[in-house]
Design a protein around this ligand. Sequence first.
Ligand SMILES: NC(=O)c1ccc[n+]([C@@H]2O[C@H](COP(=O)([O-])OP(=O)(O)OC[C@H]3O[C@@H](n4cnc5c(N)ncnc54)[C@H](OP(=O)(O)O)[C@@H]3O)[C@@H](O)[C@H]2O)c1
Length: 335
Amino acid sequence: MQYVMFGNTGMMVSRFCLGTMMFGGKLDKESCERVVDEAIDCGVNFIDTADSYGDSEEILGQVLPPEKRERVYLATKVYRQHSRDKRVGRNSRVNIINQLERSLRLLKTDYIDLYQLHHPDDHTPLDETIDTLNTLVQQGRIRYWGVSNHYAWQLGFMLGTCQARHLNPPVSIQADYSIVNPQIERETVALCRRMNLALMCYSPLGGGILTGKYHDEKGNVKVQENVRFENERWREMLKEDEVVKIVQANRRVAEENDLQMNQSAVLWLKDKPYVTTIILGGSRPEHYTRIYEVADAELPCEAVEKLDAAAGPRIYSPFKNQPIEGGFRLPGQAT
Ligand SMILES: NC(=O)c1ccc[n+]([C@@H]2O[C@H](COP(=O)([O-])OP(=O)(O)OC[C@H]3O[C@@H](n4cnc5c(N)ncnc54)[C@H](OP(=O)(O)O)[C@@H]3O)[C@@H](O)[C@H]2O)c1
């Protein structure tokens, strides 16, 4: 397993992070315990959950006794509304504190290593949100805070506000990123590189598309049963030319390099220097197992180029008249 510094923090995290969205759903408690133990045995020291992932936090609390909990960095998110009172903003002081207390109780821990805003909140003043998170860091109840599903400008604005007010800033962003969904290359990647923010990629297999299970060898859509996604919008998306081309390119790259399709898709992400950690997902214990086999592998350049080319039409380019990075001098930065 490889480890990297988590952005501007002092945490050194594994390049694979254990995603637990299916804990308590398709994965029962016994399977969750197997998945957690295997991850730790394979060198994973980072686990991601959320207050809105059903029983995930509660099960994690049960399968992570203190000696195991101390060996991992635990990340959770706030989004669920503690009260039925819809006037309470999800990122408000009231909701954050209530939900954090609930997460700590369920997870059976007295601190969270990374506490994340799962989504932006239109209703709560930003100052209230970041003041609350800053206080929680000072109290030691959370070690760091980050965001998820925010646009680059929103995160940039938060960083500027924290800097101006001398508050603990967000250290990371968790974003949907895979060959089939490379949109964050538009703006978020440049922001992360420039500000040394940690980038955590979720849905590295596009929710399962990149395993090839939704298409036959010729690229025709196959009907699947008992899968996470099964609706009209999903079926239409599977038929899109670009999606079919991406799946086919990944299939060829996997075959040429003696890999499984889930392995080649994850390696494409792992090779990106700006990707801090990849959040692995699965609805069966074996979904995770094969990924650890390639923890120290790399894709050959030609394979990366083939997958880049397939993802290409979905990737944005910098403006022709100026680079995407740079643009102003940072405080204290030399010219
Ligand atoms: N911040 C956010 O908003 C957000 C959103 C989503 C996820 N996440 C985090 O990221 C983690 C990973 O996300 P994800 O679950 O969407 O990741 P993913 O790797 O894109 O999708 C995982 C799904 O792919 C299918 N799959 C995986 N391996 C397979 C294999 N070998 N053969 C066949 N199918 C396979 C399974 O789907 P089936 O269930 O259909 O079998 C599995 O549940 C989550 O656990 C969570 O921690 C965060």
